[in-house]
Design a protein around this ligand. Sequence first.
Ligand code: F6R
Ligand code: ZN
Length: 187
Amino acid sequence: VLPVPPMSIRFDQAAGTLSPAGPELTRRMSDLEGLFLDQNAWRTAVADGDPIVYSVVSSLVPEADRELPQSITTIQPGSTGGEFWMTKGHQHPNHQGEIYLGISGRGGLLMFDGTDTRWVDMTPGTIGYIPPGWAHRSVNVGGKPYSFLAVYPGGAGHDYGWVLEYGLGQRVWRQDDGVAFGGYFAE
Ligand code: F6R
Ligand code: ZN
């Protein structure tokens, strides 16, 4: 892992880019297998253009012990089978904390420790805190792209299988007048 010098990093909100830039990734609907409750609606969305659901741009700070990498996630507006578009969600296997800062749009931070579920509304300027041991997923509950900055310990790791097995406690549904929460697993 290459060390990086002290530096500033610019975020161009219109372009959604960081400079200097590190890794970028794009998650399409097909990358979200097994996450939406309505599997048929998910399959239809994959067949119907496989849209980009979210993208993540990272700085050059490496994911290595004692470093503090950052990334900006942008979730597109939308819903599948009535469920708002969201990130895959993960647990940090080493149970380390993380902070998010809302940049634009309206979203939320869903957290689950295996027993309790918490929801934090995220608007521009909101700092959301994810304590160690809380799995987390971000959800766009607005009509525009939702972007936030994440800062996390470089040695935290990302366990996506945890969420497939245990879920996030709640699901976030689109309603005419806003947002509704429901149980995670099908009856
Ligand atoms: C890093 C973190 C965020 C997410 C990003 C994408 O620990 O929580 O940077 O990685 O919002 O979400 P996932 O990783 O769940 O696909
Ligand atoms: Zn995380």
